[in-house]
Design a protein around this ligand. Structure first.
Ligand SMILES: [Zn+2]
Length: 425
């Protein structure tokens, strides 16, 4: 196996221009989200690429114009050996009009040690590397002992979680590697959930009623939903501070558990007392927390705030958490992912990284979120490991280092070969 591996790694090195061409081809498909619904061509390309290499293909529309693709390479030893999911998203960050790209976001260029184009770092670089691993294995006639499942998913940039659908469709494995932007660190992540808090009055009062609503002897039991929401925002700030003081997680900056009052909507007209107010919040939590607990903490705390107010006690705020899309229902969830450094898969990936990249492996926590949390959520041990730096993701002239892309592809190849050649424990 060792000699084989060295040959395979040499092949990646020798054929790297094919890898660059593959990445450039992927970038040339315009798949920004938003607006989304534009990945069919790219996904058909991915499906065809994998089909030619012997994969069974499962392709289905998550939304019209946004299909998921899963390529399955059945292991020669069946269920006795470790299986692996490699996951990447094919959608890329939105492009704004007038951005100063050198050649345009979807006209990639290879130059001075980098490849520039939308998605090179986040994360068509990782996806290209994963596809190229399958290509190299196939071209050398290598049948992996354990199953390899390659998932090219949609919707990550807008919280549409193509990955969640892959999990719900039953795809599982002994480990998952999400090849999203990690600068070749092996990473877990904190979680993010959005929520809407609504304060609503059962009646709508005219502006002229305000005096009787707030002054002695007025006798009208009513309130401005906007003013009551201000109280709730203050309560959220208190909870955020309490979390900052009481919670911590190794590798995460203190105070990462934030509650951002991101968007507020409310009131109907200057002639009325605001009868409804809605607040859109974004909540970050640590890798060892889950969103159900975080939701409960917020609802309990705000419930306490409401019970201390005579009007909110009778008209308590309501909560809607998460969502399936930032475009459709204005909500999203990215579950947290905790990486077990003692898991055999983590150890093997770190070992392959050290051997192939000749650098010390770094296991830490991503400062952003990826689809990795969905695997943790269904109990599949998972890590994030991919080429590219976060400072380039979503940026103008987004780029990935050629060295890092090649190194990533070699490490992933070594890992895939070794992991799927290992008997299940
Ligand atoms: Zn990404």
């Amino acid at each position: 196996m060792t000699a084989d591996l060295d040959q395979l790694l040499a092949a990646v090195e020798a054929r790297q221009s094919e890898l660059f061409d593959l990445l450039c081809r992927l970038v040339s498909f315009e798949t920004p989200a938003p607006p989304a619904r534009n990945t069919t061509e790219a996904q058909q390309f991915v499906a065809q690429y994998l089909r030619e290499l012997g994969a069974e293909i499962d392709i289905w529309d998550v939304h019209p114009g946004d299909p998921n693709v899963v390529g399955i390479l059945r292991g020669s030893e069946g269920a006795t050996h470790n299986s692996l999911i490699i996951n990447g998203h094919v959608d890329v960050a939105a492009v704004e009009l007038g951005e100063a790209w050198e050649t345009g976001p979807f006209r990639p260029i290879v130059r001075d040690g980098v490849i520039i184009g939308r998605g090179t770092a986040d994360m068509k670089g990782g996806l290209a590397g994963a596809l190229f691993v399958v290509r190299i294995l196939a071209d050398h006639g290598i049948a992996l002992p354990g199953d390899l499942i390659v998932q090219s998913v949609i919707g990550e940039e807008v919280g549409e979680a193509g990955t969640l659908q892959c999990c719900e469709r039953g795809y599982t494995a002994d480990m998952a590697v999400v090849v999203d932007t990690s600068d070749l660190h092996i990473q877990g992540q904190g979680g993010v959930i959005t929520g809407w808090i609504t304060v609503k009055s059962p009646q709508t009062f005219h502006d002229g009623t305000r005096g009787r609503m707030i002054h002695a002897g007025g006798g009208v039991f009513g309130a401005s939903a906007i003013e009551k929401m201000a109280k709730i925002i203050q309560g959220l700030g208190e909870l955020e501070r309490h979390w900052a003081v009481t919670k911590q997680y190794p590798g995460c900056p203190l105070g990462s558990t934030t509650i951002n009052p991101a968007v507020i909507e409310g009131g109907r007209h200057a002639a009325f007392i605001a009868d409804e107010c809605r607040l859109w919040i974004t909540v970050h939590y640590y890798p060892n927390e889950n969103f159900a607990d975080v939701i409960r903490e917020i609802e309990e705390h705000i419930g306490g705030v409401a019970s201390g107010d005579p009007w909110l006690r009778v008209n308590p705020p309501t909560f809607v958490w998460g969502g399936t899309s930032m475009i459709i229902d204005r909500g999203e969830i990215f579950p947290a992912l905790e990486v077990d450094p003692a898991h055999p898969g983590t150890i093997l990936l770190a070992t392959m990284h050290e051997r192939v990249a000749a650098q010390k492996a770094i296991v830490d926590v991503s400062p952003t979120v990826t689809d990795g949390g969905w695997f943790g959520d269904v109990g599949i041990p998972a890590v994030i490991y991919g080429p590219g730096e976060l400072r380039h993701a979503h940026s103008v002239n987004e780029q990935v280092s050629i060295d890092q892309l090649v190194t990533f592809t070699k490490v992933l190849l070594a890992f895939v070969l070794n992991w799927t050649s290992t008997r299940k424990q």
